[in-house]
Design a protein around this ligand. Structure first.
Ligand code: SAM
Length: 266
C-alpha cells in the first residue's frame, strides 16, 4: 500500500472509531442542482423527514445515479463510509440488494450496527481487489472515494470485472485541475464505455456554502483545537484552502456514468 493510501486509511479509521454518532451518515461535499432544482437536472427530490438533514449529500447520490437503472438491481457502493448513501439507496430506490464496501474496518462495523435495512449489507475490502466474484452487480456506485486509491486504472478494471454485462458504473469525485486530463484518459483506456461525463463543481460549491455553518459547529464542537485546521480542509469549509481551490478552479468536481458492454467479458 502506498503512503497516500495509508494516510487516507488512517484518517477514515480514526473518524469512524472516534465519532460513533449514528446520525452522522455521510462524508461527501453534497450537491445542489442549477436553479435550485427547477431545471432539467435531478436533485431536489422529495425526501422522508428523517432524510431531510442529509438532503445535500443525498442530492449528490441522486446526481450520480441519474441515468442508471437501480430499481430491481444488485447495487454495490465502493467506499460506503458511514453508510448513509447505501442506506438511502436500499430504502428509497428499490434495488434488489445493496452492498457497501469500505476498507475501514471501523466504518464497516459501524454500518453493520447502525444501518439495519432489508437487503443492505456491508463488507470490508479494498476497491483495488474487491472480494466479489466476476459479474456480481448491475450497478456500481462510487461517491467521493476514488481520490484515495493507489490506482484508478486498477479500480476501473475491478469495476468492469464485478459488473454484469450491460451494467452501469456511477462515479463522482474531485480531482486537481492537472489530473482531469489523466482521469479522462483512464476512463477512455478502461474497458468501460463512458456514456456521460460532466463537471459539477458549481453544484458542489452551492452545497458547501449552504452547509458551512453546520460543519464548522461539528468540527469545533467534536474535535480538539489542534485538529481544526486539517478538518476544515478535509470538510472544505468556506475558510479552507480546499474551498478556495474549488472556487478558483484548481480543484474540480466531476461526474461520470459508464457502462460495461452487453457482450460482457472480464
Ligand atoms: C469521503 S468518504 C465518502 C463516503 C460515502 N461515499 C459518502 O459519500 O458519504 C470516502 C470513503 O472511501 C473509503 N475508501 C478509501 N479508500 C478505499 C479503498 N481503497 N477501498 C475501499 N474504500 C476506500 C474511505 O474509508 C471512506 O469511507
Amino acid at each position: 500500500m502506498g503512503a497516500r493510501q495509508l494516510g487516507w486509511r488512517l484518517v477514515y479509521e480514526a473518524l469512524a472509531a472516534r465519532v460513533r454518532r449514528p446520525e452522522w451518515s455521510f462524508m461527501n461535499y453534497g450537491y445542489v442542482p442549477p436553479d435550485g432544482g427547477s431545471g432539467p437536472e435531478p436533485g431536489l427530490v422529495a425526501l422522508d423527514e428523517r432524510d431531510e438533514r442529509d438532503r445535500l449529500s443525498i442530492q449528490l447520490y441522486r446526481r450520480a445515479v441519474s441515468g442508471a437503472a437501480v430499481r430491481g438491481a444488485d447495487v454495490l457502493e465502493v467506499g460506503s463510509g458511514r453508510g448513509g448513501g447505501a442506506s438511502y439507496v436500499a430504502r428509497c430506490l428499490e434495488p434488489r440488494s445493496t452492498t457497501g464496501l469500505d476498507f475501514s474496518r471501523a466504518a464497516v462495523a459501524f454500518c453493520q450496527q447502525n444501518r439495519l435495512v432489508a437487503g443492505l449489507s456491508f463488507v470490508h475490502g479494498d476497491a483495488l481487489a474487491m472480494p466479489f466474484a466476476d459479474e456480481s452487480f448491475d450497478v456500481v456506485l462510487n461517491i467521493e472515494s476514488s481520490h484515495c486509491y493507489g490506482s484508478m486504472d486498477a479500480f476501473l478494471s475491478e469495476v468492469h470485472r464485478v459488473l454484469r454485462p450491460g451494467g452501469t458504473f456511477c462515479w463522482v469525485d474531485l480531482r486537481e485541475e492537472a489530473a482531469v486530463a489523466v482521469l479522462r484518459r483512464q476512463f477512455a483506456e478502461s474497458a468501460l464505455v463512458v456514456a456521460d461525463e460532466q463537471e459539477i463543481t458549481d453544484g458542489v460549491l452551492r452545497a458547501l456554502r449552504l452547509d458551512d455553518a453546520r460543519k464548522v459547529a461539528l468540527i469545533e464542537g467534536l474535535f480538539p483545537r489542534v485538529l481544526h485546521r486539517p478538518l476544515h480542509r478535509f470538510a472544505a469549509t468556506a475558510r479552507s484552502s480546499t474551498f478556495d481551490r474549488f472556487e478558483k478552479g484548481s480543484l474540480r468536481y466531476l461526474s461520470a456514468r459508464a457502462t460495461k458492454s452487453a457482450a460482457g467479458g472480464v
